[in-house]
Design a protein. Structure first.
Length: 269
């Protein structure tokens, strides 16, 4: 059985505003995790089920950017830079003091005229099959991240988070979103198929008066009712504890990512 992922449409507001009143480029979309706090050792922390956890790692890949215009999906490219290729963007959030080591912006190669007609934005948390299972020598930025790569057979981690309990530093929990059930003789054999692609589709509504695009994320929503002490690692590329499935459900069914609103208006009637 294959996973089919769809993040629901979260936001329906009414109002009006100036078209792209911000000084930044139309396709520049910051992403901020709003439920992180700065710890004493210069690290981000998050509260989960009344317990405080230090964030050792938090990053994910996005691909296949598209906007819907007049009922038709139009593929876009990302702007090429150190964090993005045409089709893939790498976002990283866990550095609390040296924020230059983070990337919390999506840069779409899209102009005002196109975005002004868009009614929806669609992104994929994941990589296409060939990019995912590429050999290390073939990987160019932003795919050349050893911390986001497992093997030729398993491919990349689409989303990775690692937490460390602040009261019990020996208590570590990590989650690796990757394709599962990939065939092949061994770890270094490229598969012809993966039973569980495990790619997450993110769909966000837009409208003709979009202004100063910005996204808010909540790690607590991804970790909602997840037992962080049941196992030390959830690796979706292989066998995993049942508690890991809750993260998958949260990624596809909870409001972990949404436009920055209602202070900023993104939709009109």
């Amino acid at each position: 059985m294959k996973w089919i992922f769809l993040i629901p449409t979260f936001l329906m507001l009414t109002g009006c505003g100036d078209l792209f009143g911000s000084s930044k480029a139309p396709g520049d979309i910051p992403v901020e995790f709003t439920d992180l706090s700065l710890g004493e050792d210069c690290a981000w922390e998050v509260t989960v089920d009344k317990d405080l956890w230090k964030i050792n790692y938090l990053a994910f890949y996005l691909s296949q950017p598209e906007v819907k215009v007049e009922g038709r999906w139009i593929p876009l490219n990302f702007v090429n830079n150190d964090w993005q290729s045409d089709k893939v963007a790498f976002l990283q959030f866990h550095h609390a003091c040296d924020k230059k080591l983070n990337n919390n912006h999506i840069l779409l190669d899209a102009n005002e005229a196109l975005l002004s007609r868009a009614t929806e934005l669609r992104l994929t948390m994941g990589l296409n099959f060939d990019e995912n299972h590429s050999l290390p020598v073939e990987q160019t930025p932003p795919l050349d991240k050893p911390t986001m790569y497992q093997s030729v057979n398993a491919g990349h981690n689409f989303f990775r988070v690692e937490l460390q309990n602040t009261r019990e530093p020996g208590a570590i929990w990590s989650f690796l979103l990757a394709s599962g059930g990939c065939n092949g003789e061994d770890a270094e054999t490229k598969p012809s198929d993966c039973a569980f692609p495990n790619r997450v589709t993110v769909k966000l509504p837009m409208a003709q008066n979009v202004s100063d695009l910005s996204l808010l994320a909540k790690l607590q929503q991804i970790l909602f009712r997840v037992d962080l002490k049941a196992v030390t690692e959830c690796n979706m590329a292989g066998s995993h504890d049942k508690s890991c499935e809750k993260v998958m459900k949260n990624l596809t069914g909870r409001e972990w990512l949404r436009w920055d609103a209602p202070e900023k208006v993104y939709l009109k009637s």
